[in-house]
Ligand binder design. Structure first.
Ligand code: BJ8
Length: 424
C-alpha cells in the first residue's frame, strides 16, 4: 500500500519493501502492547500520534529543517550533550536501536555475540531501514562499552561519524579529559553546521534541555503515587519519544499529560488496584520499539513505577547548572552534569548502586528486575553488585538477560510471574 511519504523514503534511499514490512510489524506490536491497555490517559494520544508518525511526519520535519539549512545530528548515548547541538541551531535525534529487523545484515559484519542494541543500529544502516539514520548529517558515537566503540569503526564506513571519548573513571584527570572532549565536540558541531555557538545560544539551550528534564522529573514524581496513575509501558514510551521529538513541543505536551495525571492522583484513581505489586526496572536502556519486558511484567500482575536506565531516570536525574555566564562557566556546568552519569561502563560505579537503592526506597517497590541485554558485559557484571546492594536493603531482585527476539517470551513470563507471586 502506498503512503504520502513513499517519495520521501525513496529519496532517503530506504529499502521500501523491507521498510513497509517493518512498519507493519511495528503497528501490530504497538496495537497489542499499547492500544489494548484500558484506562489510558487522554494525554497519551499525543504520544500515540507521534509514534504513528515516527517515520512519517517527524522525518518530514527533519527534511524541512534540512531544506532550511539546519543539520541533523544522530546520537546513541546520553553522554552526547544535546545542549551543544541545539546551541548550534542543529536538530538532535536519538537513534533508537530497539528492533531486530536488520539483525541478519548486522551479523555479516559483527560477531554474533554482540548485544542486540549494537546489532540493531548497524543492521538498520546496512539494511537501509531507518529514515532517521539516513537523515543524519553526522552521527555521534562514544567510547562507552567495547562493543559500541568498535562497531562505530564499521559504521563509519557508511556514514559520517564523530566519536567522543568517555572516561572510564571519575578522577580529576578524567574530568579534564571529558572537558577536552566536550570542547572537541563543540568544534565538530560548529564545523558541521557552519554556526558559531555563542554564550546566549548555549545558555538558552541549557535552559531548554533542563525544561525537558524537569517535565520528565515531574512525570516520574506523579507516577509514583498509589494507586499508580499511569502504566510503566506508557512512561517508557514517553521517555523513548523524548529522544527524537521536537523538545519544545514535547515538553509542552508532557506538561499537559502531567496535569491530567495530577487530577487522577487527586481523585485517588489508578490504572491498577492499590495492592498491585510495584516493581522497578534497572539496567540496559530499552530503545524504541523494545517494549518486550515491560509488557511481560505488566501482564503478569505487577506494575512498573520506575526505570533506572538511560531511557529513564539516568537521563533526567541531573540538571545543568543554569547560573553560568561565560562560555567557560557553561562548559564547566555541562562537564560536571554529564560526569555524574552512572553508566556501568565506569569503574568503580558505586553511585549507581546508591541510586538504585535510594530509588527503590523512594518508589516503595516490592522488587527490582535487573534487565540485561544478552552479551552486554558491563551491565551483566554489575548485576551482581546491584543484587548485593538491594539485598542489604531487603529488596528482592530478579536478573533477566534477553535480546529483541520473541522466542523466550513464555519462559520470561513464567519467571516474572513466579517473582511477582513471591513478592506479593
Ligand atoms: S550511558 S548505558 S546509553 S553507553 S547494552 S551497547 S553498554 S553492550 S547502551 Fe548506554 Fe550510553 Fe551507557 Fe547509557 Fe554496550 Fe551494553 Fe550493548 Fe549498551
Amino acid at each position: 500500500m502506498s503512503t504520502p511519504y513513499d517519495s520521501m523514503w525513496e529519496k532517503l534511499n530506504l529499502d521500501l519493501n523491507a521498510h513497509a514490512g517493518l512498519l507493519q510489524v511495528l503497528g501490530k506490536f504497538y496495537g497489542d502492547i499499547y492500544l489494548s491497555q484500558s484506562g489510558r490517559l487522554r494525554g497519551m494520544e499525543y504520544l500515540d500520534f507521534v509514534l504513528s508518525e515516527v517515520h512519517g511526519l517527524r522525518i518530514k520535519e527533519l527534511q524541512d529543517a534540512k531544506a532550511h539549512g539546519k543539520k541533523v545530528i544522530g546520537t546513541f548515548c546520553v553522554f552526547v550533550p544535546e545542549e551543544i547541538v541545539l546551541a548550534a541551531d542543529a536538530v538532535q535525534v536519538g537513534l533508537c536501536a530497539g528492533a531486530e529487523a536488520g539483525k541478519d545484515a548486522a551479523e555479516k559484519v559483527l560477531p554474533r555475540n554482540t548485544c542486540a542494541l549494537i546489532k540493531s543500529f548497524v543492521g538498520f544502516k546496512l539494511s537501509r531501514l531507518c529514515p532517521f539514520i539516513e537523515s543524519c548529517d553526522l552521527v555521534v558515537g562514544e567510547t562507552t562499552c567495547d562493543g559500541k566503540k568498535k562497531a562505530y569503526e564499521i559504521f563509519a564506513d557508511y556514514a559520517p561519524v564523530h566519536v567522543m571519548e568517555i572516561p572510564q573513571m571519575k578522577n580529576a584527570c578524567d574530568r579534564e579529559l571529558w572537558r577536552a572532549e566536550v570542547l572537541r565536540f563543540k568544534d565538530t558541531v560548529e564545523e558541521a553546521t557552519g554556526n558559531t555557538i555563542t554564550t546566549a545560544k548555549l545558555s538558552e539551550a541549557i535552559r531548554l534541555v533542563n525544561e525537558k528534564r524537569r517535565v520528565l522529573q515531574r512525570l516520574n514524581r506523579l507516577r509514583a503515587a498509589s494507586p499508580v496513575p499511569i502504566s510503566g509501558r506508557d512512561v517508557l514510551l514517553v521517555n523513548q519519544i523524548s529522544f527524537y521529538d521536537d523538545p519544545v513541543r514535547f515538553t509542552a505536551n508532557i506538561g499537559k499529560l502531567c496535569d491530567e495525571i495530577e487530577g487522577r492522583v487527586r481523585a485517588g484513581a489508578g490504572i491498577t488496584p492499590k495492592e498491585t505489586p510495584r516493581l522497578m526496572l534497572s539496567g540496559c536502556p530499552m530503545a524504541v520499539p523494545n517494549w518486550k519486558l515491560p509488557y511481560i511484567v505488566e501482564s503478569s500482575g505487577a506494575v512498573i513505577v520506575g526505570e533506572e536506565s538511560c531511557i529513564g531516570t539516568r537521563n533526567i536525574r541531573d540538571l545543568v547548572d543554569e547560573s553560568g555566564k561565560s562560555m567557560n562557566e557553561m562548559i564547566d556546568a555541562l562537564v560536571d552534569r554529564y560526569m555524574r552519569i552512572d553508566c556501568a561502563c565506569f569503574t568503580p560505579n558505586t553511585e549507581r548502586l546508591e541510586h538504585i537503592v535510594e530509588m527503590a526506597g523512594d518508589l516503595k517497590v516490592s522488587g527490582v528486575i535487573h534487565y540485561g541485554l544478552s552479551f552486554c558485559q558491563p551491565y551483566a557484571m554489575e548485576a551482581y553488585k546491584v543484587e548485593k546492594a538491594l539485598k542489604s536493603a531487603d529488596i528482592p531482585m530478579l536478573a533477566i538477560e534477553t535480546d529483541y527476539g520473541m522466542e523466550d517470551v513464555e519462559q520470561l513470563k513464567t519467571r516474572v510471574e513466579a517473582f511477582v507471586e513471591m513478592i506479593r
